[in-house]
Write a protein that binds this ligand. Structure first.
Ligand SMILES: [Zn+2]
Ligand SMILES: [Zn+2]
Length: 336
């Protein structure tokens, strides 16, 4: 069977591998769809060191069980976090904060989704009866978004989302679905703003600057969710949020930012981080997407065969491919 191995920055190889054998309490999935995450692109291009040489990436997985309990039972997704199961974080449903957390598609000793078939612990399989694998592969990023909007109440609040990449779009959608009274979305790229507008967010005219736009559109918001994570976006997030309001950082654009402390302390704003998702939030994301989240399908720009994954990674990393989201179909079942 074929798998895509990351070798070094800017190089992945499509290789033949032995058929995966499930370990105890594991099943084998056929991977019908797997998302190329921004973190995969950054690891591939060496913008971050979040992917080690040798790894088979892919943590946004949709597929079917082909060996083990549940075979033939329809679409599933995979909760990709492997915590120790016993520490304070794991027992408090905060597995993403486990000190010995490993992630399928990041841990080099496990196969991620960029492979035709992969073994996964049966306990990490989440059924999505009737859903498409393309939708199942969206659960992971949607769970990231649900976690972000769970960090501070958004119901009845005026909410701003900075950055309209795939995560930002899902955060805006999640804020609206969780009762925000209005969701403003901002990005410098007009094509991404257009998608956010289509998904129901209030967006500026292209080329409008964020801070003055918010100032004349009802003034500072209650909650800002920053899906960029740079000096500029953090400064803008603070400037666009009312005194005593909250800023949630969900993007990790750069490892270090400088911020004007007066903007935080002097206006008593709260600055919160959001990392990944808990198991219960992941399961909620799977439930909601199984029932249907209107609009999400517009985020998937292309579905390509495993043979094309390497060239897509390159094109996404170089910026030549501006798709919000590309999914790969290792089994070929989801190609369109
Ligand atoms: Zn991801
Ligand atoms: Zn743990």
């Amino acid at each position: 069977m074929k798998a895509l191995r990351f070798r070094r920055h800017w190089q992945v190889d499509l290789v033949d591998e032995p058929e995966p054998q499930p370990g105890p309490d594991e099943v084998v999935l056929e991977v019908d769809a797997v998302g190329i995450c921004g973190s995969d692109v950054h690891g591939f291009a060496g913008i971050t060191d979040r992917r080690s040489p040798g790894v088979v990436m892919g943590h946004e997985i949709g597929g079917r069980i082909v060996a083990g309990p549940g075979s033939g039972a329809g679409t599933v997704t995979v909760f990709p976090q492997l915590g120790c199961g016993t520490c304070d974080a794991c027992t408090a449903d905060l597995e993403q904060l486990c000190d010995s957390l490993r992630i399928i598609g990041v841990a080099p000793d496990r196969l991620g989704g960029f492979a035709e078939r992969i073994p996964v612990p049966a306990a990490n399989v989440v059924p999505m009866p009737g859903a498409s694998a393309v939708t199942a592969a969206l659960v992971e990023p949607y769970a990231v978004a649900l976690n972000a909007v769970s960090r501070t109440p958004v119901a009845g609040k005026r909410v701003l989302v900075i950055g309209c990449g795939a995560i930002g779009q899902l955060v805006a959608l999640a804020a609206a679905r969780n009762g925000a009274s209005v969701v403003y979305a901002y990005d410098v790229a007009p094509d991404r703003l257009a998608v956010a507008g289509k998904l129901g967010a209030t967006v500026p005219e292209p080329a409008d600057d964020l801070v003055p736009w918010i100032a004349r559109t009802g003034g500072p918001v209650d909650v800002t969710l920053d899906a960029v994570g740079t000096d500029d976006s953090v400064a803008q997030a603070l400037a666009c949020t009312r005194p005593n309001g909250s800023v949630v950082e969900v993007g990790l654009g750069v490892p270090t930012v400088t911020l004007t402390l007066q903007q935080l302390v002097g206006r008593q704003r709260s600055l919160l981080g959001s990392y990944a998702y808990s198991r219960s939030i992941f399961e909620r994301a799977a439930r909601e997407l199984t029932e249907g989240v209107p609009g999400v399908e517009v985020l998937v720009g292309a579905i390509v065969p495993l043979e094309e994954a390497a060239s897509r990674l390159e094109a996404l990393a170089s910026g030549e491919d501006r798709s919000l989201r590309v999914e790969v179909s290792p089994s070929g079942r989801c190609l369109r």
